[in-house]
Design a protein around this ligand. Structure first.
Ligand code: ZN
Length: 137
């Protein structure tokens, strides 16, 4: 596993939170992206070398909607960059971690992603993400 790729924060209202985090970081978000399959709209901020992702639910059964219902707004997941996501999934399963989606899926920001069940990671939702190579023409 490589560096922390980003930290995900669940918010109720993306517009409101974009303004808040813009004040906090002293810089605006640099992109907004909808991931329809996950039922979320996301925005991204850069703080130095770090990246923060805000996530807003766009439908009621979205995992973000459920998270906010249970825990309120706040830190939702920590994402780590990996070079070979399939290999890392196999390794982590071998170590006894539960992978939430067996097949990596397309996440925001041009990434293949999988999540580990927080029950097996001391309550922390861990995301693994691999950059999708863009040299396919
Ligand atoms: Zn994420």
């Amino acid at each position: 596993m490589d560096k922390i790729e980003h930290i995900g924060i669940a918010v109720k209202d993306l517009e409101t939170s974009n303004k808040l985090f813009e004040k906090l970081f002293g810089a605006p978000h640099y992109k907004i992206e909808e991931v329809a399959s996950e039922g979320v709209r996301t925005s991204f901020f850069k703080t130095g070398p770090n990246k923060i992702e805000l996530l807003e639910a766009i439908k009621e059964d979205s995992p973000i909607a459920k998270f906010i219902e249970r825990k309120g707004e706040g830190v939702h997941h920590i994402a780590f960059a990996v070079e070979d996501i399939e290999q890392e999934i196999e390794r982590l399963k071998g170590e006894g971690f539960t992978v939430l989606n067996e097949k990596p899926k397309k996440g925001a920001d041009n990434k293949l992603v999988v999540f580990l069940h927080p029950k097996t990671t001391n309550g922390v939702l861990v995301e693994l993400c691999q950059e999708i190579s863009t040299n396919e023409g």
